[in-house]
Design a protein around this ligand. Structure first.
Ligand SMILES: [Ca+2]
Ligand SMILES: [Ca+2]
Ligand SMILES: [Ca+2]
Ligand SMILES: [Ca+2]
Length: 177
């Protein structure tokens, strides 16, 4: 029998799979995070504090349901909710982060950076094109965060034997006899 090679490889693999048990246990802790630390697993049997339930009808409080750290950043602000029949209403008037940051000079996704995905500020202009040979630079304008087409300039043309650099590559009448 020749067992040597097969045995070594088979033993190692199953042991590594045990680590997968950790993941389900972590999910339970997210709901009642404050009570977990001292009592560990036994704490589930003692529902002593439930601060999230119930309210006094007619009262109001500020609220914000966006991700932590985004309130009052960029366009994001909190709202208010009122207590009716012992339950809080939904949060009214809050502004939550947008999925992306539109190119509008505002921090729409509330990450502290304004228009971070935009190449330019709407309405801005810059020179474009080439001023080599017969070419003249034009101007392009920023629209929706992207530079528009180059307008007002002179673009390269096919090189002809006319004493000028028509294709704007820095060489005059290249290829001519
Ligand atoms: Ca923006
Ligand atoms: Ca942003
Ligand atoms: Ca040329
Ligand atoms: Ca030419």
């Amino acid at each position: 029998m020749s067992l040597d090679a097969d045995v070594d490889g088979a033993v190692d693999a199953p042991g590594e799979g045990v680590g997968a048990v950790d993941a389900p246990g972590e999910d339970a802790g997210a709901v009642d995070g404050a009570t977990d630390t001292s009592v560990e697993g036994v704490g589930d049997m003692a529902p002593d504090i439930m601060p999230e339930f119930g309210c006094t009808s007619g009262t109001a409080q500020v609220c914000y349901t966006g991700p932590t750290g985004t309130e009052n950043v960029g366009v994001c602000v909190g709202g208010s909710q009122t207590c009716t029949n012992g339950a809080w209403s939904s949060c009214i008037g809050e502004v939550l982060p947008a999925p992306t940051d539109a190119c509008d000079t505002l921090d729409n996704n509330c990450n502290g950076m304004t228009d971070e995905f935009c190449a330019c500020t709407p309405g801005a202009t810059q020179p474009c094109g080439s001023d080599v040979g017969l070419c003249k630079k034009g101007t392009q304008t920023c629209s929706s965060g992207m530079w528009g087409t180059c307008a007002g300039g002179t673009n390269p043309t096919t090189e002809t034997c006319d004493g000028a650099d028509n294709n704007c590559n820095g060489q005059t009448d290249e290829g001519c006899p």
